[in-house]
Design a protein around this ligand. Structure first.
Ligand SMILES: C[S@@+](CC[C@H](N)C(=O)[O-])C[C@H]1O[C@@H](n2cnc3c(N)ncnc32)[C@H](O)[C@@H]1O
Length: 395
């Protein structure tokens, strides 16, 4: 037996985590004035935002309305147990059946189910880890959301970027230790939107304890981040002002992340993570100048005279060198599309997970890296030099 509050709490949690698959209200109660026989709610993504489609069946007709997460919570908790006798909530792997009994109490029964991920079919099949419309304390504190959970217009891009990055972090969790404290370092954390978001994902949404460290060379920005963490009473998050390469972790680092660490700072982040033998490395590179300035005219003569081609080619070549280099260090490496190109040209993310069985260096990967350097006709590369400085063996 449970109370109506339990239904509200389960619903709120499932909306906050993005886990709500479907909610159905049925068995309209005698005396409720609405001529609605049944309501079916499911998440849909419209223009890149998750909303909840509220479909009411009245007679032979169905009426649709899209609700924000906050409006859904208000409407749903008023519908049950006020107007309907049954509420069926489908979450990944579980179906919770809430029934209002004649004495006014609510009974809850949970059963295991298989849930199709293909239920969200509007513009994109995607569910945000942090949904819009549900107030989220850290996003409010860092100015991304209003107190009622609305994402500020100017922060929409940051909100989407953070959510997308969280998906990549969530995807590698299976490769990290399943128990105990996770040690994560964010290189070039800046205002730490991502650092706070990863803390929220790991602790609030995934129930892990963490040691999460943000590093940036801007001391004033780091001081602001510390104050935010203190005011939010966040556990396990720390900020250091200094250079990426100078930080000494106090124990094994499981996950190293960076988001748009400028130019060669991405290489410093990767090199440092390699020096620490981090289990997983996620790096979304920023602007790249090193190769653009160094690419000899004879590498691809057809590009000469078109600055933009040379710049974009140099950018892709840099990321290819990084990916090959990571493979050469025994990491399974992927290059993924980060966010839509309509938002930014900086849309790649390099994801590297340390192979469990491979030796520290991978001779095929190393040969591919050296071949690429030769094809590009460059003899030095910042990532390689940074690794040498940090004592990471190259062969
Ligand atoms: C473009 S900002 C990105 C900030 C944050 N990751 C984000 O996406 O909002 C890049 C940050 O990297 C920091 N940075 C660049 N090179 C660095 C280095 N070598 N050591 C520490 N921080 C560095 C800069 O101070 C800046 O705050």
């Amino acid at each position: 037996m449970t109370g109506p509050g339990d239904f509200a709490a389960v619903l709120e949690q499932s909306v906050a985590s993005g886990d709500l698959g479907r909610l159905v209200f049925s068995r309209p109660l005698a005396g409720s004035e609405a001529p609605v026989r049944k309501v079916t709610i499911r998440p849909v993504v419209v223009r890149d935002t998750t909303v909840y489609q509220w479909a009411e069946r009245r007679g032979a007709q169905e009426f649709h309305e899209n609700l924000s997460p906050a409006d859904l919570l208000t409407r749903a908790t008023s519908a049950f147990p006020g107007s309907f006798g049954d509420a069926t909530l489908t979450l990944p792997g579980t179906q919770s059946q809430f029934t209002r009994l004649p004495n006014g109490k609510v009974r809850r029964r949970d059963t295991a189910v298989q849930v199709s991920q293909a239920s969200k079919t509007h513009d994109r099949q995607k569910n945000r880890l942090i949904p819009e419309g549900v107030p989220c304390p850290f996003l409010e504190r860092i100015g991304v959301m209003t107190p009622d959970g609305r994402v500020r217009a100017a922060m929409q891009h940051k909100f989407r970027q953070i959510n997308r990055y969280l998906e990549f972090v969530d995807d590698v969790l299976g490769q990290l230790p399943a128990e105990g404290k996770l040690h994560v370092v964010d290189f070039g954390c800046g205002k730490s939107y991502l650092t706070f978001a990863v803390h929220y994902l790991l602790t609030t949404l995934r129930g892990r304890t963490v040691r999460l460290v943000g590093i940036d060379r801007k001391a004033t920005v780091i001081e602001d981040c510390r104050q935010i963490a203190t005011s939010l009473r966040l556990d396990g998050i720390e900020f250091f002002a200094g250079d990426i390469a100078d930080h000494q972790p106090d124990g094994p680092v499981h996950l190293a992340i960076s988001l748009h660490a400028c130019d060669t700072a991405t290489d410093d982040a990767i090199a440092t993570a390699l020096a620490w033998s981090a289990q997983a490395i996620l790096a979304a590179p920023c602007c790249q100048h090193e190769i653009a300035n160094r690419l000899p005219a004879e590498t691809l003569p057809g590009l000469n005279g078109f600055g933009i081609f040379k710049e974009r080619f140099a950018s892709l070549a840099t990321d290819a060198l990084r990916a090959r280099f990571l493979e050469s260090r025994g990491y399974r490496t992927q290059v993924l599309e980060f966010i839509d190109l309509e938002h930014t040209a900086k849309n790649l993310l390099i994801r590297a997970v340390r192979r469990k069985t491979s030796p520290e260096t991978d001779s095929r990967g190393l040969a591919a890296y050296q071949q690429l350097k030769q094809d590009l006709r460059i003899d030095t590369f910042h990532l390689e030099a940074a690794c040498e400085r940090l004592g990471v063996p190259l062969s």
